[in-house]
Design a protein around this ligand. Sequence first.
Ligand code: SF4
Length: 300
Amino acid sequence: MPEPKVAGLVKMSASDWPGRLAAVVFLQGCPWRCAYCHNPNILDRAAPGAMPWAEVLEFLRRRRGLLDGVVFSGGEPLIDQALPAAAAQVKALGFQVGLHTGGAWPRRLATLLDARTAPGNGHACGATIDPRGARHRAGASPAPTTDSGVNDEFRRGGPCGRPTAGHSPANEPLAQPCDSLIDWVGLDIKHLPHKYRQVTGAAASGRAAWSSLGVVVESGVPHEVRTTVDPTTHTPDDVAELLEAVATFRSPNDNAAQAHVLQEARPVGAAANHEHAFTNWRLADHLADTTLQPTHLRAA
Ligand code: SF4
């Protein structure tokens, strides 16, 4: 079985999954190059991992009953083909599983959010998530995005037509509901679609990320949308427009994105030629002339 390439492990965090005490596993590699990135050392997928996956599992075995869950982060964790199997192993140890993603691969994300594990917490099998994303209130669904390199195991699915870990054989009738593999998603929406490249340096990144927003909203998986505000690319009007645009996404049950938090870009770790833009800069000041509520803001 392929193993995830682990770039780092935070053994306990109270801030990476709101309301949960979680370990954070950073996976190596990211297709984007955001100027404010705090993790430039883990962007190169070809770089060696920092520790074996077996070491992470051994650590987690010793933390059963002490942590609520494990968050897979990055980098961009969807880059790692071993992510579904790794998440299933974590789930089998009794932890909830969270995911931090920028949504670079909406089809992979849809497959992962559609995945189920052994019966347990009441998500009935049957429906599948449309990888084109949730219904937009205005009626225009995000266009499908092609993901290269998604392996068969990631797509194929179990007895209820979903990728699984721990399911019974493919032809066996499913007698019980089954657990969602992913319990929570923190999705970065970095900018308005047509301005995404200014942040990530990647031409198609806006289309992918906004399709992923649709996927997350439609999935029904609890989630939080986060936007890191960068004073070099986000005007206050951009931020207001972005909040409005996110709020237009609706699930089939007419549920909107569950939370949208604005985060303050920080100078620590940012590219050297970008760092000065954040020094002594405060997000609250940047938005002082808007009507945005303080509840939207999160201090760095
Ligand atoms: S999406 Fe951007 S901020 Fe996140 S890991 Fe990749 S380069 Fe860094």
